[in-house]
Design a protein around this ligand. Structure first.
Ligand code: KIV
Length: 264
């Protein structure tokens, strides 16, 4: 048995929680072997894996396809799967069915959905069905068409107040943790102090209970754009382009394969 939801909740105030995205077997193996607590099959896969310009188009079937590959690569981490746009917004019965499909067909552990107080009945019902839910507040990318940009949220008093209140609503609805995306550090700190469930920040400063980054961002594999909050721990795209260039040169010069890579 790997990391459980109660173990994640018990880390609040004791130990930082490490979360990272993964979308396939190989990235999941890397993240799990590195010892992260939570792997998120994020709907960011629409941008990183599918080359779309937002998370809006990804479907439940596509999330399930990727989540199955992630599950195959994980021995220990808790696996959370994003509920994609329009899989939970229209009505809570459909939301429960989709969350149920995600858990049942993938073997993953929990779902994540974006939004605040308006999703309390939805979260109540998904949790009542035995499915753990992670919340997501602040910059919620499925609402990009309302926001109009990927800028930080909660910078004015009214929006900060709403996000803070929403965190309480989510806690009371039964989420086991809350992602806070692109909000000022002091707001993330206040929310972290005010709720009993762990907060996991991305672009939310160091005072949250944990952090999450997109796998391809932090490894420098995805460089279409770089939000301020992304720290690159490696530059794997550059290394990969160099490696493929070298391979191409060697093939063209008949330097590859040598006898070392041939059957003699
Ligand atoms: O889809 C995703 O990768 C996410 C993280 C940014 C939290 O939701």
């Amino acid at each position: 048995m790997g990391v459980s939801v109660p173990e994640i909740m018990a880390k609040k105030g004791r130990e930082k929680i490490v979360m990272i995205t993964a979308y396939d077997y190989t990235s999941a193996r890397i993240a799990d072997e590195a010892g992260v607590d939570i792997i998120l099959v994020g709907d960011s896969l629409a941008m990183v894996m599918q080359g779309k310009n937002s998370t809006i188009p990804v479907t439940v079937d596509e999330m399930i396809y990727h989540a199955k590959m992630v599950k195959a690569g994980v021995k220990n981490a808790l696996i959370v799967v994003d509920m994609p746009f329009m899989s939970y917004q229209a009505d809570y019965v459909e939301a429960v069915r989709n969350a149920g499909r995600i858990l049942k067909e993938t073997g993953c552990d929990a779902v994540k959905l974006e939004g605040g107080r308006e999703f309390v009945p939805t979260i109540n019902n998904i949790v009542a069905a035995g499915i753990p839910v992670m919340g997501h507040l602040g910059l919620t990318p499925q609402s990009i068409n309302i926001f109009g940009s990927y800028k930080a949220r909660g910078r004015d008093e009214a929006e900060a107040k709403k996000i803070k209140e929403d965190a309480k609503f989510l806690q009371d609805a039964g989420v086991f943790s809350i992602v806070l995306e692109s909000v000022p550090k002091h707001l993330a700190a206040e929310i972290t102090q005010s709720v009993k469930v762990p907060t996991i920040g991305i672009g939310a400063g160091v005072l949250t209970d944990g952090q999450v980054l997109v796998f391809h961002d932090m490894l420098g594999l995805f460089d279409d754009f770089k939000p301020k909050f992304v720290k690159r721990y490696a530059h794997l795209k550059k290394d990969a382009v160099e490696a493929v260039k070298q391979y191409a040169e060697e093939v063209r010069a008949a330097k590859f394969p040598t006898d070392e890579h041939s059957y003699l």
